[in-house]
Design a protein around this ligand. Structure first.
Ligand SMILES: NC(=O)c1ccc[n+]([C@@H]2O[C@H](COP(=O)([O-])OP(=O)(O)OC[C@H]3O[C@@H](n4cnc5c(N)ncnc54)[C@H](OP(=O)(O)O)[C@@H]3O)[C@@H](O)[C@H]2O)c1
Length: 255
């Protein structure tokens, strides 16, 4: 997406991918509580490739990898909604659809044509398959899906859920963070490299494996660990508050 800002000074990607869905969800709070709704925020494996230094600056400072920042914001928002409305019967989670040959690539200068487009058309799943993980996250029995062993949560928190499907649930991909930016130690850089290679393999073989095995392999959707920073409650609260300010909404849920 070319560099653009709203009249409030919000980056177009932050507005489309985070602030728009944030505002809609906040305006629906009363109805969500009344119907004990499930809210699924569609994130992406790319949320693992970045870190957010400042929630407020995310909204207004255009940066390299802005899409990835917006997907990190999606997970932070999904978890913060669960913290704020979970005790009122709403359930909120994030979900990763995997690699899908949807219309999203058509407007990307890098992927809309040539061999990269051909790779996506060949290796990525059709939308009817890509939506399966999201539908699962929206409909799975929340209480039956708790992931605890002997009463101890396996994930950093039982109720903060990020759903992935097929090869995207691999431990290599879910337990290493993919970030390899400046200021990171060589050990972290190495982990990021292993993560990158594992993700490349995953995104190219997830759908073919499902298709070739007739759905026997790489079809399960389950809650997995999201990137370390997504569990930062202080950052999530800051993002919620900064978003409320820009969207001219009260910080406290209106229920
Ligand atoms: N495709 C993948 O491999 C993949 C992987 C990971 C995550 N995701 C996530 O999946 C979600 C859905 O994407 P998709 O792959 O299904 O792509 P898609 O088919 O292109 O859907 C994107 C949707 O966003 C809408 N949209 C785009 N720009 C907008 C704007 N400025 N204002 C309002 N609406 C706008 C589009 O509306 P119009 O139809 O009106 O243009 C479209 O309905 C996204 O959150 C994406 O980040 C996709």
């Amino acid at each position: 997406m070319k560099k653009a800002f709203t009249s409030d000074g919000v980056g177009a990607i932050a507005q489309t991918n985070h602030l728009g869905p944030y505002t809609l969800t906040r305006l629906l709070e009363k109805k969500l509580v009344a119907s004990k709704a499930r809210v699924v925020t569609v994130a992406s494996v790319t949320h693992r490739t970045t870190v957010m230094a400042d929630a407020r600056a995310f909204l207004t400072d255009w940066r390299s990898g802005y899409y990835e920042h917006s997907k990190l914001a999606n997970v932070l928002f999904a978890y913060e909604l669960q913290r704020r409305l979970g005790n009122r019967g709403v359930t909120s989670c994030a979900a990763d659809p995997g690699g899908v040959r949807s219309h999203i690539w058509d407007s990307s200068p890098m992927f809309k044509s040539g061999w990269k487009k051909a790779m996506i058309d060949f290796f990525y799943s059709p939308p009817v398959d890509g939506c399966q993980g999201v539908v699962h996250a929206a409909t799975v029995d929340w209480n039956a899906d708790r992931k605890s062993a002997n009463g101890t949560p396996v994930m950093p928190a039982d109720d903060l859920r990020y759903y992935s499907r097929g090869l995207f649930t691999s431990p290599l991909l879910c337990n290493l963070d993919g970030y390899r930016g400046k200021g990171f130690s060589s050990g972290q850089q190495a982990k990021g490299l292993v993560w990158g290679l594992s993700t490349l393999f995953t995104s190219l073989w997830d759908w073919p494996l499902r298709k070739l095995s007739g759905g026997l392999l790489a079809s399960t959707t389950k809650p997995v660990r999201s990137a370390t920073q997504t569990y930062d409650a202080k950052l999530a609260a800051e993002l919620w508050e900064a978003s409320a300010e820009v969207a001219k909404l009260p910080v406290a849920p209106q229920v």
